[in-house]
Design a protein around this ligand. Structure first.
Ligand code: CO
Length: 132
């Protein structure tokens, strides 16, 4: 079902500071910035080979990433996996009894279609399915 690791989503308190740290320390370049209001995040993307690092700063405390930061602090928030057919992937997971956060695709960054799978069905890992 997965055709690549699309991105690793990392929750940060201060996006500008985190971008500067990643660029200086890891020699990666931020090539995409976007605010996704539906998900309550301001994000920065760094291309690494076929995959991305996605830094996420919440737009407020009452957002999924805002609540994550309050509960756990900064760190890995989710893993995004590429799929060729998101609707088919969701139907497959539903048939397998895996709990879904999104029953249907929604808009993600870079014009992609995305859906989140509940971490309680994936050993504690919040999974995002991405169809470009
Ligand atoms: Co993501």
């Amino acid at each position: 079902m997965f055709d690549r690791v699309d991105h690793v989503g990392i929750a940060v308190e201060d996006l500008e500071r985190a971008i500067a740290f990643y660029e200086r320390t890891f020699g990666v370049t931020c090539s995409h910035r976007e605010r996704v209001d539906e998900q309550g995040v301001e994000e920065a993307m760094f291309k690494v080979g076929e995959s991305w690092i996605q830094l996420l700063q919440p737009t407020g405390p009452d957002t999924p990433v805002g609540k994550f930061l309050a509960r756990k602090g900064e760190g890995v928030h989710h893993v995004g996996y590429g799929v060729a057919d998101l609707v088919e992937a969701l139907a497959h997971l539903k048939a397998e009894g895996v709990p879904l956060i999104d029953e249907a695709p929604r808009r993600g960054s870079r014009g992609a279609q995305v859906a989140f799978v509940h971490p309680k069905g994936v050993g504690g890992v919040l999974v995002e399915l991405v169809q470009e």
